[in-house]
Design a protein around this ligand. Structure first.
Ligand SMILES: C[S@@+](CC[C@H](N)C(=O)[O-])C[C@H]1O[C@@H](n2cnc3c(N)ncnc32)[C@H](O)[C@@H]1O
Length: 215
């Protein structure tokens, strides 16, 4: 049993402590999410986001996909199950401990230790980005969406999830930044879906797919 869940109910966690925490509990993370937060043996945010990804992002052989905040790499597993094999899949995360678990899956071709909102990655780099559980309280800020647009190729896709209450309450930064990017014609929304997120905590999620503009 971990204190994982309680820790992440706190907003404004000091980033250094957050990464230490992920490093410390990396081995227990998957089990905790699947059984103590979702309760059905699945990482539901990952399953639902990957499904939306498969519905909205056309497969191309050797396409470059970035898993932003990849953690232990559950998204990589799901994407492979949904047919995204023979792709160049990069795992990006600040926690070495989480990335070490992702490495054992033999699905990712590259691992980058880094931190949003300033990724240090080149512009126009990826055909698609998937991002699950990274836009949660105390983690990557909404401004990171601009960074995701910058590093995605023109016409590429960004698919991510945000907890419904976090999206709708407080300063609504995710809504504000999404709208600014839309107004500036940097991207357009392909899909927005409401679905289960962490059912045992009665938390619902919003799941988004955006396409980056071609001009
Ligand atoms: C709740 S876990 C989700 C992991 C994985 N995506 C999943 O859904 O199973 C959040 C992940 O975001 C990473 N993270 C935290 N702050 C971040 C930041 N500013 N930029 C990128 N990743 C961050 C953590 O290291 C952690 O691996």
């Amino acid at each position: 049993m971990t204190n994982w869940g309680n820790k992440f109910k706190t907003k404004n966690i000091d980033p250094e402590n957050l990464i230490d925490h992920y490093n410390q509990y990396a081995e227990e993370f998957d089990e905790h999410v699947k059984n103590e937060l979702c309760g059905n043996g699945e990482n539901l945010p990952v399953v639902v986001t990957a499904k939306l990804f498969a519905e909205t992002v056309p497969y191309q052989e050797l396409m470059k996909i970035l898993d932003m905040g990849a953690g232990t790499g559950e998204q990589g597993e799901q994407l492979a199950k949904l047919g995204y094999k023979n792709v160049e899949l990069t795992a990006f995360d600040p926690s070495e401990g989480m990335l070490n678990i992702a490495k054992k899956r033999n699905i990712y071709s590259e691992f980058i230790q880094g931190y949003l909102p300033v990724s240090g990655l080149s512009s126009d780099c990826f055909d698609a980005i998937i991002c699950v559980g990274t836009f949660i309280p105390g983690h990557a800020p909404a401004e990171s969406l601009r960074e995701l647009v910058r590093i995605t190729k023109k016409g590429g896709y960004i698919v991510y999830s945000v907890r419904k209450h976090f999206y709708e309450e407080g300063d609504r930064r995710f809504q504000v930044v999404e709208e600014e990017l839309t107004q500036a014609k940097k991207w357009k929304m392909i899909a927005k879906r409401e679905d289960e997120y962490l059912p045992l905590d009665k938390i619902k999620g919003y799941y988004f797919s955006f396409q980056v503009s071609t001009d």
